[in-house]
Design a protein around this ligand. Structure first.
Ligand SMILES: Cc1cc2nc3c(=O)[nH]c(=O)nc-3n(C[C@H](O)[C@H](O)[C@H](O)COP(=O)(O)OP(=O)(O)OC[C@H]3O[C@@H](n4cnc5c(N)ncnc54)[C@H](O)[C@@H]3O)c2cc1C
Length: 406
């Protein structure tokens, strides 16, 4: 078991400095432009790929760190640059995690590289599609059906996914579908839909409040046929799991979706920390330079105390995130709901700290041409996606009480 230390080692410090430099030099200068354009910033993704930041090797190295800290360290810096662009860069990792959670070694070897590069070696993104119009927090309500065509050894997918990051513009889509709807999450499985598969199309592109450089859309599956080998984990394992679920015995649950979401929580929390830290830094600098009534506004206790609280909350959120990232990497899960604590606290902190930052900047904070109002808009998603704040509280409450709280 790797020791937990709050002191980053040399490799982690080098990684932090490298990602920070990219965020400052490449991401920040174009953050406003891509937010206004509300489009995927392909040139930034290509630049990140050129320097090796957007690549399977980078993700493998970061996820391979035995302390677990490399991922949150990198995510915080990217998101400090701009959360929308950060998600455009690392929305792909959700699909990667989905394949890692459910795939066998051959599937992992086949599909992971394709998440980042297409067959002509051009930069690509990937998507992880679970949510549907009637299945948000309630993942068990997924209606997208997967039916096996034995003669062709193909799966046929039908349904509509919504709010999907990189939906429709991705090469690889990982789709969660129901094989046996009577079994809820226990009757679900994950499928890779390879790039260019007929029957998968982008539905409406969705306009958003924040993280607007990240593409969000519906994904329509209409008689979408994928080869049998695209069922993650394989048919034999699925059949065994379904048989156990039908007998009512434990252990038949499709862990792929839950495991993917659970493992991602510290990384998502780290993105929220990056937004909160950026807002705090803007507010601190402004409060020192803005003069009213003949003195810097930071000399008013009302403003200085806000900044003290903001700084404390950012640090507390980071500590929860680092603990959860370390625990996750040790492979023992989150017995006390620690992953949810990190996501819950970091998400709520991002919203409150960016709100206070606008207050400190006054009219300047409210203007569209300054970064702070964007940070506030970006922050809000962190209390909604990857499990809402209420769902995180539910998970923590169940973990600490040992009871089924609903
Ligand atoms: C920008 C963006 C990107 C996204 N990207 C993806 C993606 O890539 N892939 C994907 O699959 N999905 C994605 N999502 C969907 C996201 O995961 C869902 O929005 C989220 O799970 C919440 O579902 P919902 O919006 O339907 O809210 P609902 O589940 O309808 O919840 C509405 C409200 O009710 C509360 N609530 C629900 N159930 C309970 C309960 N049992 N107890 C207490 N309160 C409850 C919620 O906390 C919330 O406040 C994305 C969403 C957005 C906005």
């Amino acid at each position: 078991m790797a020791q937990f230390s709050l002191e980053l080692d040399e490799d982690q410090r080098r990684l932090q400095a490298w990602v920070h430099e990219f965020a400052e030099r490449v991401i920040r200068p174009v953050a406003h432009e891509w937010d206004e354009r509300e489009e995927t910033p392909w040139p930034v993704i290509e630049q990140a790929a050129e320097v090796g930041l957007y690549s399977l090797d980078f993700v493998a190295d970061a996820f391979g760190d035995p302390t677990g800290l490399s991922v949150p360290v990198a995510m915080e810096e990217l998101s400090w640059g701009d959360a929308g662009i950060a998600l455009a860069l690392f929305g792909t990792t959700l699909a990667v995690s989905g394949i890692m959670a459910s795939g066998d070694p051959d599937q992992i070897a086949e599909w992971l590289p394709r998440c980042f590069r297409d067959d002509r070696d051009r930069v690509a993104v990937a998507a992880f599609a679970v949510s549907e119009p009637d299945a948000g927090s309630d993942v068990g309500a997924v209606r997208t059906r997967a039916v096996y065509d034995r003669d062709a050894d193909e799966w046929v997918l039908d349904g509509t996914k919504t709010w999907i990051t990189n939906g429709g513009i991705a090469g690889v889509h990982v789709v969660v579908a129901s094989v046996d709807p009577d079994l809820g999450t226990r009757g679900q499985a994950s499928f890779v839909v390879p790039p260019g598969t007929a029957g998968l199309t982008q539905g409406r592109k969705l306009a958003k409040m924040g993280i607007r450089a990240s593409h969000t859309a519906e994904v329509v599956l209409d008689g979408c046929r994928v080869p049998g080998r695209c069922l993650l984990g394989g048919k034999e394992r699925l059949d065994e799991r379904l048989a156990r679920a039908r007998e009512g015995s434990a252990g038949g649950r499709h862990r792929g979706t839950l495991a993917t979401l659970e493992a991602a929580r510290p990384a998502i929390g780290a993105q929220a920390v990056g937004i909160a830290r950026a807002a705090y830094e803007h507010a601190l600098a402004y409060a020192g330079s803005r003069h009213q009534f003949g003195r810097a506004i930071i000399e008013n206790q009302a403003i200085a105390f806000k900044l003290a609280d903001m700084c404390t909350a950012v640090d507390a959120a980071r500590l929860l995130v680092w603990r959860a990232a370390w625990m996750s990497r040790q492979g023992n899960g989150f017995p006390g709901g620690e992953g949810s604590m990190s996501k819950l606290f970091a998400g709520e902190t991002a919203v409150s700290v960016t709100d206070e930052a606008i207050q400190i900047l006054g009219a300047h904070g409210y203007m569209r041409d300054g970064p702070v109002e964007r940070l506030h808009r970006d922050a809000k998603i962190y209390t909604i996606f990857e499990g809402t704040s209420e769902i995180q509280r539910l998970i923590i409450a169940r973990a600490i009480s040992g009871r089924h709280i609903s």
